[in-house]
Design a protein around this ligand. Sequence first.
Ligand code: GRF
Length: 211
Amino acid sequence: MRRIAVLVSGSGSNLQSLIDAQQSGQISGAEVALVISSKPNVYALERAATHGIASRVIRTADYSPAEYEKALLNTLTEHSIDTIVLAGFLAILPQGVIGAYRGRIVNIHPSLIPSFCGKGFYGARVHRAVYESAVKLTGATVHFVDEGIDTGKVICQRGVAVAADDTPETIAAKVLKIEHQILPEVVAALVADRIEWVDERPFIRRGEEIG
Ligand code: GRF
């Protein structure tokens, strides 16, 4: 049984999509075993409690950088975690954690990378920038995590049209729906070893097909 840690900072609707996917059997052979929040009192922690999932609050402000890395690594080890999902996690993951879990950490980002990503592009800011730029297509991306900000290899993307009557808020809602589809798809594939590398690009294997 693979053991997944989901790292959060807010509402945790993406965490919920993983819990639901585990309950429906879309994710099998793995369980969400730990939730780590960078902030106290967020709704994601209530979701964890409701589902009997262990949770911890680990705030960067409470540690030196080296201690923060240690606190995260110790907690992950204590709970025998082998896979990490960043789902709306707003802190920077320390290099030691990235190194220890390379190829086993994914992040969900609410735009079509490489557009509207990198430093400063998080939460509502992403959707406002999409709106202001007048692009007609946005979407969500799940990618592996490396040392950069939103620079890891893209595993899966899905787009959504931006219509004339959209607002940053309606764009956010449309994208969030897509996030809730693709994040469980990727995590299900990752824990079932259905990610295939083609010329250094990861794809999901779905039966005979990859893509
Ligand atoms: C999502 O849009 C995610 O892509 C972004 O932050 C939001 C978190 O939502 N990084 P939730 O906490 O999963 O509801």
